[in-house]
Each structure stands twice: as structure tokens, then as C-alpha cells.
Design a protein around this ligand. Sequence first.
Ligand SMILES: NC(=O)c1ccc[n+]([C@@H]2O[C@H](COP(=O)([O-])OP(=O)(O)OC[C@H]3O[C@@H](n4cnc5c(N)ncnc54)[C@H](OP(=O)(O)O)[C@@H]3O)[C@@H](O)[C@H]2O)c1
Length: 324
Amino acid sequence: MKAAVVTEWGQTPRYTEFPEPQPGDGTVVATVEASALTNLTKALISGKHYASGELTLPAVAGVDGVARLEDGRRVYTGAVAPYGMMAERTLISTHAMLELPDGLDAVTAAAVPNPGMSAWAALQHAAAVAPGDHVLVLGATGVTGSLAVQLAKSVFGAGRVIVTGRDVARLRWLRTVGADEAMDLRDPEVHARIGALHAERPFDAVLDYLWGAPAASTLTALAAGHPAAHYHRTRFVQIGAMAGPAIELPAAILRGTGITMSGVGIGSVPPDVLARIRSEALPRLFDMVATGTIDLRTRTRPLAEVTDAWAAAEPSGTRVVLTP
Ligand SMILES: NC(=O)c1ccc[n+]([C@@H]2O[C@H](COP(=O)([O-])OP(=O)(O)OC[C@H]3O[C@@H](n4cnc5c(N)ncnc54)[C@H](OP(=O)(O)O)[C@@H]3O)[C@@H](O)[C@H]2O)c1
């Protein structure tokens, strides 16, 4: 069968032959319909992701997606390694699939889970956003950040949502879907403004998709704007590292403020929380995207173009979904 095959860490997958999967104990072969090209998929194959060690090569790329079982049911699922979801067929565990409703197209169903469940876990579990909370989102212009912005008020009742990003058109659009203020990260005044907003009414939660310099400057600004005589807990949630894998964090920032830090990713969300998000939130997210209540832009490309799609720059906030 044809698949997006990886033979060396860091190599862009190639559309080529891979052995057909064979059913085993608790596993079945399914026909793939769609798989999203997420940052997680790319990072795992780079060999530098903290979960890359779970893979052995050669392997097929594609963390998750939509597949059709022999009996005709369509499911959202991951694959059993070395198989991945970027293939004509894959091997899936019968215990790890979610049946999809009729009428939900495969591309939407493949695109929603990674950013949707992550945004939900960040807002509900790690940041514990409650009605009236003030939320700051760093890197809100991306697929995942923009879902978090759209969910913050509509589902979790946030009182005020402030966002940062670089893509100006996308920042403007975010103002129409839940952001009260949208700031260009490249504006030299942006961190002074974050500090001033925090001094005026402290942020309750920060969702960070960037890390690197923007996160370091934001933490410094929050500390500078923190009302010294008044404790306020600000839950800083680390989710992505688009601007750099490491920061220097002065100890005084954590000792002198009410900032607490946690992450959302593989290993940082308790299994029972993840299971609940998968069974309860994911069907809601599918419905919200399918009905247009929230917006997730996709671009469908043939799996045969995987090598090109891997490296191509897409407009901010667009998720590429590959279909065999
Ligand atoms: N842990 C999890 O559960 C989880 C789940 C989903 C995503 N993530 C992570 O979250 C991050 C964003 O994911 P996504 O799906 O939203 O990706 P995306 O759609 O590709 O968005 C990337 C975002 O990062 C910004 N960006 C990229 N390079 C930057 C830089 N050098 N400096 C400042 N901003 C930069 C982009 O800003 P502009 O477009 O405005 O330029 C955009 O907001 C990734 O690191 C991803 O791995 C984590």
C-alpha cells in the first residue's frame, strides 16, 4: 500500500510503498479517510519531541485521523505503530476509537481533535477558567490558540480575553470571535500593555502556545504589573513552543507573584480527564465545527503530496488534512 513513510529521524516523509498491516489480537485493519498534518505529527518525526522515543523507524507518519472499519463504521482513531494514519490503510486498536456521527465529514473530523481537545484541556483542566475570568492567549492566531479563544467565553464563560499573535488579519478576525483586545507581538509596546492590563485587573489564566522570548517577556511583564500587596493567582499554562524550546526564568517571578505554572501535552493531563474530554467534549467540538459555531479552517491535500505539504507554509490558522 502507499503511505507517508519515514526511515530516518528528521527526514520529511516520502509517499511510497509500506507493507500492508495485518490484523492481530485486539487490532483491526481499517481504510484511512483523512489525517491532519499537526505540529505534533511533525515534531514526533523530527525525533526531537519528548515522545519521539515511543517510535521506532521505519514507520508511517500521522498521529490520528479518520478510518473506515470493514463493517462500514467510521471512527476517529490513532494507529498502532509502526503504522500511522497517513496511509491508505492502517492498524488500529479496537479499544481506542470513537465512532463518528453520519454527516460529519472526514476532513473536519480529522482536523478537530488535536487542537480541540488540547484547547479544552487547557481551558477546563489546567487553567480551570471560570465565569468572569480574564484570560490571556499567547499565539492565538494559530489553529489551536484560535479555538481556545473561541471557546473561552462561549463555553467557559471567560469575562475578558486578550490575545497576541503576528498575523495582523488573523488578529483582526479574532476580535470578531471572542477576543476583546488583539495585540501584534512585534509591537515594542506589547509587553508594557500586558503589564498594565495585569495591574488594572490581574489575569486569571494565561494560555501559552509560544514559549521562548514572548513567554519570557510576558512573565516579566506580569511580574512588573503584579499588585505587590495583593495576592492573585494567575495560572500560566504551557502548551506549545513555536517561539523556542527554553526560557530563562528568574526565581523572583515565581516567589514574588501568584503565578503558578503547568503544561498540557502528552503526559501532563490525567488519564481520567483525557477520557472525559474525549467522550464528552470531542463530540461537542465536532458539532460546533460542523455547524459553524466555531471556525477551524482546513485545506485538503492528497496524501501523495505529503512531502510538499510537510514543508509548505500555510496561511495562519489553517490546518492541512491529507486524504489518501
Ligand atoms: N500540547 C498540546 O496538547 C498541543 C496541542 C496542539 C498544539 N500544540 C502546540 O501549540 C503550538 C501551536 O499549535 P497550532 O496548532 O496552533 O499551530 P499553528 O496553527 O501552526 O500556529 C502556530 C502559531 O505560532 C505562532 N508562531 C509561529 N512561530 C512563531 C515565532 N517564531 N514567534 C512567535 N509566534 C510564532 C503563529 O503566529 P502567526 O501565525 O501570527 O505568525 C501561530 O499563532 C505548537 O507548538 C503545537 O505543537 C500543543
